[in-house]
Design a protein around this ligand. Structure first.
Ligand code: NAP
Length: 553
């Protein structure tokens, strides 16, 4: 058993292993048969303390607390919610080294990566705070009335309003950036939606530390306690907490990051409600890369170096990891792939986040290599694939297949969530385009091209643009920049909502719906639409951007 170093946090608090509802950790009896531990995948040992999944009643209480908080929280001034986000960033930072060591123990990820992810999470919170203050996210539009016209034209004003309490699910592979205080929680709080966060069973200690930070910020900013709740999930009650949450009538929208099966299951549950609610699911992605001949000739060394690092970084457990490489058959392509295989093998084994992910990965590799025509050019000795106690390891794998075999076998076209890539060797550009057309919707697509590749570049670009959310030239897709122009989304199954992005300030749109106010008395309008423009934000008035007062009559 690895004991997490227990150290007073924020003055005097220890990990409880419990859910927190309406600002307080739940006390009282637990169901011992449902208790669970997280695993240290670097050692294979369980980690103390014991965690107790939320009961049905606790899920219900958290949802009711969020519902009660919604009226007040959604009505707070944007500047107050911006302060909340900034305070959460500060509280997370102040957990300090304890947070880093806890994440390392629960995930096997390296210190440098965790510190970078923490800083990026804080940056996201701060960027969203700026966006909330700026006010453009509300998309206020005013079409002034013309009472003297015959027939008279009504004064109408619309803006985005928060949808209500949001249930948020994080993934195991980004224990900070896509977890308790990650982009989904931050963007929902930004617009005034209370959040009920369902903890991921693979990092419950990390989740509790961050949940404490969020609750401290909510309290410190004087906001309703039900603004944020955190539910422990895992052990034998795995999936039960999440399912109950999505079905709860107080929940008005869901944010999910994780597997395709999880996202699809939760979307179905939400659609089967008497009052279906939106689910924004960010799921699996294969992230195709096309290496055109001119680029192979000119950049072979840089490209193999960058691709090998990007495929094997964090043991390949990144949603933007390049998973397929398309190239024209040639001697240069053979050499390129041999070099890439060597570099991937040189990276050596990595630690996977969980036994379940490793089991899934091994199963997928075995299904893919069973296809006739698939050659393992960097490979994982079958003996190393057997499950055994101890560290949860995975070795890099590079498979090579002709485009025709790739098109035939779905096992080659699915996401391998680990340090694995499939090289697809194409007889011609037409062959390549036919294979690319079968690539599933992805977060990213990458093209390596030089001026001599111009004719192919345009055709590949057009095909790729239809399949991905972000197109990259001569680089790698990992290391997503958090910025207003970022799109972290894409066609199914990268997401189930290709019109949205889970990153950057536009992510906040997912938690809103437009409301129109017609001939509404000024004092009953939200401040963003009032005649005097008290928030001093930019509004679209009769088709023109303006910060001027706009009387209703
Ligand atoms: P996961 O196993 O699906 O877990 C994610 C969450 O979903 C957990 O809270 C899990 O809780 C819950 N869940 C899964 N299936 C469920 C079901 N049938 N009913 C109710 N709840 C369910 O995913 P993961 O292994 O942590 O994450 C890895 C995956 O996430 C990869 O495929 C990766 O590509 C993807 N990912 C995507 C993005 C993106 O932006 N597109 C970003 C990061 C990761 P329980 O375990 O309690 O059921």
């Amino acid at each position: 058993m690895t004991a997490l170093r227990e150290r007073p946090l924020a003055g005097h608090v220890q990990l409880t292993g419990r859910s927190a509802i309406g600002g307080r950790f739940i006390e009282g009896p637990t169901l011992p048969a449902h208790a669970f531990h997280s695993l240290n995948p670097g050692t294979g040992e369980n980690i103390e303390p014991t965690f107790h999944p939320a009961t049905d009643e606790q899920v219900d209480s958290a949802c009711l607390a969020a519902w009660d908080a919604f009226g007040d929280f959604s009505g707070t001034a944007p500047s107050r919610r911006a302060r909340l986000l900034e305070t959460i960033a500060t509280e997370v930072r102040d957990i300090g080294e304890l947070l880093v060591s806890t994440v390392m123990a629960e995930t096997g990820l390296g210190e440098e990566r965790i510190v970078a992810e923490r800083d990026r999470t804080m940056d996201t919170l701060r960027q969203l705070a700026d966006a909330v203050r700026d006010g453009r996210w509300m998309e206020p539009i005013i079409d002034r009335g013309e009472p003297n016209r015959r027939p008279p034209k009504a004064d109408i004003r619309r803006m985005l309003q928060p949808m209500g309490p949001a249930a948020v699910f994080g993934a195991s592979n980004f224990p900070l950036a896509y977890s308790v205080a990650g982009g989904d929680t931050a963007s929902a709080l930004a617009v005034g939606c209370p959040v009920i966060f369902k903890g991921h069973p693979s990092h419950p200690a990390t989740s509790e530390l961050v949940a404490r930070a969020v609750m401290a910020a909510v309290e410190g900013c004087g906001l309703p306690a039900g603004t944020f709740s955190y539910l422990v999930a895992g052990g034998p009650r795995e999936q039960a907490v999440g399912s109950l949450l999505v079905r709860n009538p107080c929940v008005r929208a869901v944010g999910f990051t994780g597997s395709i099966s999880g996202g699809v299951a939760l979307s179905k549950l939400a659609a089967d409600r008497l009052d279906p609610i939106p689910v924004y699911a960010e799921m699996g992605s294969v992230n195709p890369v096309v290496m055109l001949p001119g680029a192979i000739e000119k950049h072979s060394e840089a490209a193999t170096q960058q691709l090998a690092a990007s495929i094997t970084e964090s043991c390949g457990q990144q949603c933007t990891r390049p998973g397929m490489i398309f190239l024209h058959a040639s001697y240069a392509a053979d050499k390129f792939l041999a070099d890439l295989a060597n570099r991937m093998e040189a990276a050596g084994p990595g630690t996977m986040l969980s036994v379940r992910l490793r089991r899934n990965l091994v199963g997928r590799i075995e299904r893919a290599e069973a296809a006739r025509g698939v050659e393992m050019i960097a490979s994982w000795d079958p003996k190393l694939r057997a499950e055994r106690p101890g560290p949860v390891r995975a070795y890099p794998v590079l498979m090579r297949t002709p485009a025709a075999v790739f098109r035939e076998h779905i096992a080659l076209r699915e996401e391998f969530f680990g340090p694995v890539a499939v090289a697809v060797v194409c007889a011609s550009t037409t062959d390549m385009l036919r294979a690319l057309a079968m690539v599933q919707g992805s977060l990213t697509g990458t093209i390596w091209a030089e001026p001599g590749d111009e004719a192919d570049t345009r055709r590949v670009h057009t095909m790729m643009e239809q399949r991905v959310g972000r197109l990259i030239y001569n680089g790698v897709p990992t290391g997503v920049r958090v910025a207003p122009a970022m799109v972290h989304g894409g066609p199914y199954p990268a997401t189930n909502r290709p019109e949205s992005s889970a990153q950057g300030p536009t992510a906040i749109r997912r938690w809103c719906r437009p409301v129109c106010f017609q001939e509404t008395p000024d004092h009953l309008l939200p401040p963003a639409l009032q005649a005097g423009n008290p928030l001093k934000i930019e509004r679209l008035v009769n088709g023109k951007a303006s910060r001027e007062p706009t009387p209703t009559k």
